[in-house]
Design a protein around this ligand. Structure first.
Ligand code: F6R
Length: 361
């Protein structure tokens, strides 16, 4: 049942304020400015002993893991990184007893992720899951974890589950942070930020008509470039994946800082760039990248907290706490991909060559 929407993708994009509300519900502990994650199965002493966090997932879940790693480093100050599960399991990885492994999967059935979990378990590692589907294979094989509570996702491409997975990582990072060195004041600040998310998501979704008009403008592009820096880079990766999956427009994502090391050669009037420009400590650096692109007559669409002078268009999103900004910046780009694919007459819920859950190698 699409509940009045033309596609499941549109329905699922539209459900994100409720979905985020659900992942937060019952988990916030105001007394200690932290969160309770009932199924984590990692006590405080164990959490303090974690020396590294390694996050494993595929596709969109891998991108959510990249943001998760940044959140864990920022809030809990534990070195963390994410890697495609498919790469990890084929490279005879060093499995370290002081590393906490986290497997991320919407379906909980992706074979490459499951196989990585099984290999890690066999070698005695502690593996948590960040999973949407309750009771799925990955949920069963992990030692504990966080359910993402996005509700059923039917469209082949992931949207609301991506957002809820990132929020789940923010909860995990806050929890680990408050057991370690994150202050009460910072815990409180992050909790206030999390509480603002559902209303801010609704604000973004209310601008859909404007985004649809922009999509008309970009639907003719043969290729698109997505750039971001640090918190903005995984957002660029995910937006680029979404666009190629459903519109079949070729897209690339690069850290803005890498432009001058090669991809700047591609910039010309026929290649639009979507730039993620949060109002954070890297704002001036990002603006300099926009100038570089403008100097080569590249069209620019910015996603930012205020209109950007060098951009042809800016999608303005509401500001949250700096650590949480990336959660919101991807949402208008889901709509951009959606309306671009719609303008091109694509089969949005069932893009060619793709399956919802990849249970083979
Ligand atoms: C992209 C998409 C895929 C999945 C990937 C992992 O829109 O949906 O990239 O994210 O196949 O699937 P899960 O999260 O079910 O393990």
């Amino acid at each position: 049942d699409m509940g009045g929407h033309d596609t499941y993708m549109h329905k699922e994009i539209s459900e994100q304020a409720d979905a985020v509300d659900r992942v937060l519900r019952g988990r916030i502990d105001d007394r200690f400015s932290t969160v309770h994650l009932g199924g984590l199965n990692l006590d405080a002493r164990e959490a303090r002993g974690v020396r590294r966090v390694k996050i494993l997932g595929c596709g969109t879940s891998y991108h959510a893991g990249l943001i998760g790693a940044q959140l864990i480093e920022e809030l809990a100050r534990i070195p963390a990184d994410a890697e495609p599960a498919s790469e990890f399991r084929y490279r005879n990885p060093v499995v370290d007893p002081d590393t906490l492994y986290v497997a991320v999967s919407q379906s909980g059935e992706t074979y490459d992720v499951l196989a990585a979990v099984q290999e890690l378990k066999r070698k005695g590692a502690r593996v948590l899951g960040v999973v949407n589907v309750v009771g799925s294979a990955i949920a069963r094989e992990t030692d504990g974890g966080v359910y993402v509570h996005a509700g059923p996702e039917v469209c082949v491409v992931s949207t609301k589950c991506f957002t809820n997975t990132v929020v789940s990582f923010a909860l995990l990072a806050l929890h680990l942070g408050r057991i370690r060195d994150l202050s009460v004041a910072d815990g409180k600040r992050i909790i206030e930020g999390l509480r603002k998310l559902p209303a801010q998501i609704s604000e973004i979704l209310a601008t859909e008509d404007d985004i649809a008009k922009l999509a008309q403008e970009y639907a003719g592009a043969g290729s698109m470039m997505f750039i971001g820096r640090v918190r903005g880079y995984p957002v660029a990766l995910e937006a680029s994946l979404k666009l190629k999956e459903i519109s079949y427009i070729h897209a690339e994502a690069y850290p803005a800082s890498e432009l001058k090391h090669g991809p700047l050669a591609l910039i010309e009037p026929a290649l639009p760039t979507v730039a993620i420009v949060p109002d954070d400590e890297l704002l001036e650096k990002n603006r300099a990248a926009l100038e570089e692109i403008k100097a080569r007559s590249g069209p620019i669409l910015a996603v930012a907290h205020a209109p950007q002078e060098k951009a042809d268009h800016t999608i303005v999103v509401p500001k949250n706490e700096t650590e949480l900004d990336s959660i919101l910046m991807g949402i208008p780009l889901q709509l951009l991909a959606y309306h671009t694919a719609l303008a091109l007459g694509r089969d949005i819920d069932k893009p060619r060559n793709l399956a919802k859950s990849v249970t083979v190698e």
